[in-house]
Every structure is written in structure tokens, then in C-alpha cells.
Design a protein around this ligand. Sequence first.
Ligand code: URA
Ligand code: SF4
Length: 253
Amino acid sequence: MTKPRRTAKPTGSAADFIPPRPTLAKLRAASKGCQGCDLFKVGTQTVFGEGPSSAHVMVVGEQPGDMEDRAGKPFVGPSGKLLDRAFDGAGIDRDDVYVTNAVKHFKWAKDARSARRIHKTPNAGEIRACFPWLRNEIALVQPQVIVCLGATAAKALLGRTFSVMKSRGIPIESELAPAVFATVHPSSVLRAPPDQRVRAEKMFMADIRAVGRHMANASPRKQTTHRARKLTPWSTTAHPSGTSSASIRSSRG
Ligand code: URA
Ligand code: SF4
């Protein structure tokens, strides 16, 4: 007899906090009161995405870091600085980029030896609970390209089995956008051991340059076609990781 598959304990979901007929402004305001998972007790505040709704590029990180948690804005710390340099090097206008995270509260634990707050990776249940915010950001911005930074973002958008290391820097077909790219998280570049740091940064820069080239080569006609195929704002708890992307496909209008 096969054992029943153990599934994660059901938790709440951000879906319960998504306003009707959402706009980015309405979502941002509503996200402040989100209690979709226990991380609202851990982080200082919800850190919602930022950038123009007309952005062609959406960058998805893992979760706010220490500085973002204090500032209430995504990518204002060291990772954000590296990201800005990468976009500069790729010829991507920072004003054409919407930045957000897979999880919108900072998950951390107290360091035993100092006053530092140690980053903790969000678990699958937290990523799933927070997904409705991201799903609605994507539906409203309708980016031409989504860039997943690191495994958490890639798993949230491309499924649990997706490997960043195997598929970094190449456009991946998805229902979410005409192209989804994945690369490592900039914090992994910043944390790389000294003898690997230069190489790690070069590879990260090259991945973002591939995004820039893709944008430059994408025909404007194709962009219009996709942007016209409206991804409907979405507010169920369905999530691509753990199931299949069918949950997304079937939720499209
Ligand atoms: N790292 C992330 O993944 N997101 C941020 O907003 C900042 C650092
Ligand atoms: Fe809500 Fe996401 Fe924060 Fe959890 S992490 S409380 S789902 S905003």
C-alpha cells in the first residue's frame, strides 16, 4: 500500500486580502494589512513591489532583506546596488523595471552572538501563501520579461523542480510573460568566497545582459500581441509550485 503523500500543513493565504478589482495602488495599500502567513509577525512591515505599471521588465527577488525591511522598499540595500549596476551594464533603463519579491515580509532570526538579524529562507508554505500578491502584480504590469533572482523566485514562478544553475540566463516560455529568465540572487554574488567573487559577478552580469539583448531583439509587434492577451487579475490560492502550471493556465480569462 502506498503511503498518503505528506503535504504541507495548510496555512492562510494572501488571497484573503486581495481587494476586488485590484490596481497596483489598491494592492499595495491592502498588502500592508496582510496576515496571510505568520511572517507578518516577524518582519517590520510588508514590502510591496515598486516601479511603473508600464515596466517591460519585472524583477522578482526572494524577500526583503534587513535594509528593505526597515525602509519598506524593495532592493534598496547592497543587492539592489548590484542589480542597478547589472541593468546599467545591460542597457536596461532602471525606470523600465518593476522590482518585487516572492515573499513580502522579511524572515529572520536573532544572531546568537551579535545584534544582527540573520536572514532565513522562506519555506514552501510561505511562498505559496504570499503568491497571490505576486500573481496580481504580474497580471497588472504584464511585463515583457520576468527575471527571477535566485531559487526562491524561480521556484515560485517556474515550479519546484526548476534549477537555476541548469537554466540560468536563457529565456523560458511561460504563461506569465513572453519570456522568463532566471539567474542567481545578487546576494549570493556578494557572499561568494573571495576567489570566486569576480567570476560570480561576471556571470550574473552576463545573465542580465542576455535579458537586455532579448529585450532589444523582441519585435514590437510580438510585444503588443502578448500585452493585448490580458492576464486577468487573479485572487485564488492556486500556485504553480507543487502543482503544475495548469493552475495558472486555467485561471486565465
Ligand atoms: N533581496 C531580495 O531578494 N529582495 C530585496 O528586496 C532585497 C534583497
Ligand atoms: Fe502576507 Fe506575504 Fe507577509 Fe505572509 S509574507 S503575511 S502572505 S505579505
